[in-house]
Structures are given as structure tokens and as C-alpha cells.
Design a protein around this ligand. Structure first.
Ligand SMILES: Cc1cc2nc3c(=O)[nH]c(=O)nc-3n(C[C@H](O)[C@H](O)[C@H](O)COP(=O)(O)OP(=O)(O)OC[C@H]3O[C@@H](n4cnc5c(N)ncnc54)[C@H](O)[C@@H]3O)c2cc1C
Length: 329
């Protein structure tokens, strides 16, 4: 086994995603501790130029699996390529982001490589010369350190690891894609974009989330949701929601934060009229700074909040928005 770290760098619309670059940053740091280098794996057609830039983001070497067979995302295809490259590189660790794509195919790749997978990890370290990953369990109430007898496979929670910068000049090395289109059981045929330009809650650095206390946007809650949107706009934040809100059909599922929604780790999370049920906390308690606004001073959300405002969202949210507008110019 080498001391290198293989990392799958996710691309979207021809560019490395923020989560992909963060995984590469984590691989760069881990490889440095192991005495090896980060090997970035990019998969997709027409990525030669962009993949070549990964050296500046911490890759010592870049592998590119391109061509028609990978023009569209396929979980089987991506899993085969990652497993093949894990074997070919003999990497000490294989990393990817715990994004919807990473969650979809990396466990399959680890299984193909006959390895386990530590999913949604928030820390990587080296102990006795071996890579280890730390992951939250029991909805974030405990942390488990995972080590592997052979290669450590781990997916990394977005927005926890920092991107790296380096001056490595890399030219992508082409990887043979050794399956035909007929081998792929499922291939994504089309991606239907959501609202154009809308920041994804899992990728955003600031998230403003709304709960059931904001009430029905088609009725008495209309103004509350407009106020929430205005607050998000002032901060350049993405909007999130509790499951109660999503189940009621008030917001799309893509915005749901929590155990059965997305896990977010922004720099700032503002929870408006969200009680703080354990399933919601599971998705946001890793945020750097948490601000909670709730009329009930005993709401559980205040236990994880760095700043708590006891008050009505009807009053607090517009006041906060106008104070921020003034402060931020
Ligand atoms: C298996 C399972 C998975 C789940 N997954 C998720 C998940 O992924 N994400 C998730 O969020 N939940 C999830 N839940 C649901 C979770 O248990 C809670 O029911 C949900 O989070 C509650 O949403 P809420 O906080 O918006 O609503 P509520 O619990 O009803 O809380 C509303 C809050 O708003 C406050 N409030 C009301 N009016 C105002 C006002 N005018 N001004 C200020 N504050 C006000 C209230 O004091 C209250 O604290 C899951 C549940 C189960 C069983």
C-alpha cells in the first residue's frame, strides 16, 4: 500500500464543486501527514482543462476518466472507476464528498473494493502511521473514530474541511474506462435544474431556515416567509426548512435540513421558529455559529444555539434584517 490518498473530485457543469475541492483539500492534508500525495480523480467528458487546475487545489497528480461512456453520471460506472483506481494506486485512503452523488455511489465502490465505508466524516487524522476518520453518530450526540485494516474509505461532510492551495503543475493522466455503455445499469439521462441561481442549502456558507412557527405561506404566514427571504437576501444566504414545513408542502424537499434531509455545516445558521427536534439538530448542529429565534425560551434549539433571541419572528426577523442592512451597507 502507498502513502497516497485518492480523492474523487466531484464536477458539476464542467467545474469542480466546492465540496469536491474541500475533499481535495482534506486529501492534501491527510496525504501530507502520511508522507504521500493527493491523487485527484475526475470523471466526466470534456474536463481536461478544468481537471488540469486541480494541482492548484492540492492534487499532486490528477487522473481523468473521460469519454462518451461517462458523459452522463452513472452510479455503477463511477463506482467501477473509483474501485479500479483505488486498486491501481494502492492508496492508503480513498475520499469523496458526502454529497447526494457521493452518497449514491461511493458505498458501491467501497463494496467492489471489498472495503467498508466511513460515511459523512467530520475529521481525518493519522494514528500510528494509519489514516483514521471521525464521524458523528446518534444524530451528532457521539463521535466514532474509524480505522480500517487496509485502505480507509471515507466520505466527508461538506463545509467542514478547508480547500487547499498549492502550486503543483499537473497534467491530467487519462484513465482507461473499462466498461461499455451496456454495462451501466442506470445512467442519468437529464438533470432538471431547480430555481436558477438559487444557492443550495448544503453548499451555502450562511443558511436561514424557517420552521412551522412561520405558518402557512399561502395564508397568515405570507409576510413571515417574505421576511425570511429578505433576511436571506441581505446575508447572501440559502434558505432551509424543517421537515414540518416541507411535509406541509410550504417549501421544497431540497431545502429540508435534518436526519431525512440535508446535512449542513455553514459558518452561520439562523433558525427561525424551529423547535430544535433531535432530527433537525442532526442536520445542522455542526454549523459554526447558530442563532435561534423562538418565542419559547425552553425550545430545545436554544441548547445548541450560540446566540438565542426569545421573541416573535414577526418582530425579530424584520428588525434583524434592517439592522444587518445598515451594518453591511
Ligand atoms: C424519522 C424522522 C425523521 C425526521 N427528519 C427530520 C428532518 O430531517 N428535519 C427536520 O427538521 N425534522 C425531522 N423530523 C421531524 C422532527 O421530529 C420535528 O417534528 C420537526 O423538526 C419540527 O419542525 P419545526 O421545528 O418547524 O416545528 P415545531 O416543532 O412545531 O416547532 C415550531 C417552533 O416555532 C416556535 N414558534 C411558533 N410561532 C412562533 C413565532 N411567531 N415566533 C417565534 N417562534 C415561534 C415554537 O415555539 C416552536 O418551537 C423527523 C422525524 C422523524 C420521526
Amino acid at each position: 500500500m502507498s502513502n497516497d490518498v485518492l480523492v474523487f473530485v466531484e464536477f458539476a457543469e464542467g467545474k469542480a464543486t466546492k465540496a469536491g475541492l474541500q475533499a481535495l483539500g482534506a486529501a492534501h492534508t491527510l496525504a501530507g501527514q502520511l508522507g504521500g500525495s493527493a491523487i485527484a480523480l475526475a470523471i466526466g467528458d470534456g474536463l481536461e482543462g478544468e481537471a488540469g487546475n486541480l494541482g492548484k487545489a492540492g492534487a499532486g497528480k490528477v487522473l481523468l476518466a473521460g469519454g462518451d461512456a461517462v458523459a452522463n453520471y452513472s452510479p455503477d460506472g463511477y463506482a467501477s472507476i473509483l474501485a479500479q483506481q483505488a486498486e491501481a494506486t494502492g492508496a492508503a485512503a480513498v475520499l469523496a464528498s458526502a454529497t447526494p452523488m457521493g452518497k449514491d455511489f461511493v458505498a458501491r465502490a467501497a463494496a467492489k473494493a471489498k472495503c467498508g465505508l466511513a460515511s459523512d466524516c467530520t475529521e481525518l487524522k493519522v494514528e500510528g502511521g494509519k489514516a483514521q476518520a471521525v464521524r458523528p453518530v446518534y444524530a451528532g450526540k457521539a463521535l466514532v473514530t474509524v480505522s480500517a485494516p487496509g485502505t480507509l474509505w471515507a466520505t466527508l461532510r461538506p463545509n467542514v474541511f478547508a480547500e487547499a492551495s498549492s502550486d503543483n503543475a499537473t497534467t491530467p493522466e487519462a484513465v482507461t474506462v473499462s466498461f461499455g455503455p451496456g454495462d451501466l445499469k442506470a445512467v442519468v439521462a437529464e438533470i432538471v435544474a431547480g430555481v436558477k441561481g438559487k444557492l443550495d442549502v448544503a453548499e451555502a456558507e450562511i443558511v436561514v431556515s424557517g420552521g412551522r412557527g412561520l405558518k402557512d405561506p399561502a395564508g397568515e404566514g405570507k409576510q413571515n416567509w417574505e421576511n425570511l427571504q429578505a433576511l436571506a437576501e441581505v446575508l447572501g444566504a440559502a434558505t432551509g426548512a424543517s421537515r414540518a414545513v416541507v411535509d406541509a408542502g410550504w417549501r421544497p424537499h431540497g431545502e429540508q435540513v435534518g436526519q431525512t434531509g440535508k446535512t449542513v455545516s455553514p459558518k452561520l445558521y439562523i433558525a427561525c421558529a424551529i423547535s430544535g427536534a433531535i432530527q433537525h439538530l442532526a442536520g445542522m448542529s455542526g454549523s459554526k455559529v447558530i442563532v435561534a429565534i423562538n418565542k419559547d425560551e425552553n425550545a430545545p434549539i436554544f441548547k445548541v444555539a450560540d446566540y438565542g433571541i426569545v421573541g416573535m419572528v414577526e418582530d425579530v426577523v424584520p428588525a434583524l434584517t434592517s439592522a444587518l442592512k445598515e451594518a453591511l451597507g
